[in-house]
Design a protein. Structure first.
Length: 197
């Protein structure tokens, strides 16, 4: 198997204590490195950046210095893996703010003569996996709620900038895990890392 360049984006906003998202990301990283893949890690909670407040700021303001390495890592990667907990039915606001900042014209899609050219996707050729933890059963989120926020992420952010295919791993009922549940998911993420999927 050819080694892949992987960037792992840890989107859990709490750095005060380890969470399941961190353990899952560590398992994925371990599997990927065992198989010879190259992994870079972006920890969104440790980055310093403001939220965007206008279209003009998004189009014209310089990228905050604290995000330049993260943007470079995303450009470098062939495969992107996002980890986050479901909060109020969606990704945490800090992760959304991060994605808004890095997905700028000239990076996420081409920028010509002062205007964004949305048909020329800047990150085409990359694949992604989205790993989401949640308190509700994953089947309820997927089928009753139609995984609305994940579909929005796939279509309106990742797909919009050329990242495809996008695969998802939904992990439900995390507050009621039994001892073997955690081990089973860690093993699965390790295998996904080994295959760079």
């Amino acid at each position: 198997m050819t080694a892949k360049r992987i960037v792992l984006i840890q989107g859990h906003p709490d750095i005060a204590a380890p969470h399941l998202c961190h353990a899952l990301a560590a398992a994925y990283t371990a599997g990927a490195q065992e198989a010879g893949h190259i992994v870079r890690i972006v920890k969104v909670a440790e980055l310093d950046f403001p939220l965007l407040r206008s279209q003009q700021a998004w189009e014209e303001d310089p990228l905050p210095a604290g995000l330049k390495q993260a943007q470079a890592d995303i450009r470098w990667a062939e495969h992107i893996v996002l980890f986050f907990p479901l909060w109020l039915g969606d990704m945490p606001a800090l992760l959304k703010g991060f994605l808004e900042q890095v997905a700028r014209p000239g990076f996420a899609f081409e920028h010509e003569a002062g205007r964004a050219t949305f048909t020329k996707k800047g990150l085409a050729g990359r694949s992604a996996r989205v790993v989401v933890t949640m308190g509700m059963p994953a089947m309820v989120y997927r089928w009753y709620f139609r995984a609305h926020s994940i579909k929005s992420l796939e279509r309106n952010i990742l797909g919009f900038i050329g990242i495809t295919p996008v695969h998802t791993t939904l992990i439900g009922m995390v507050g009621d895990f039994k001892a073997n549940d955690g081990s089973r998911w860690l093993s699965k993420l390790r295998r996904l890392g080994q295959s760079a999927k």
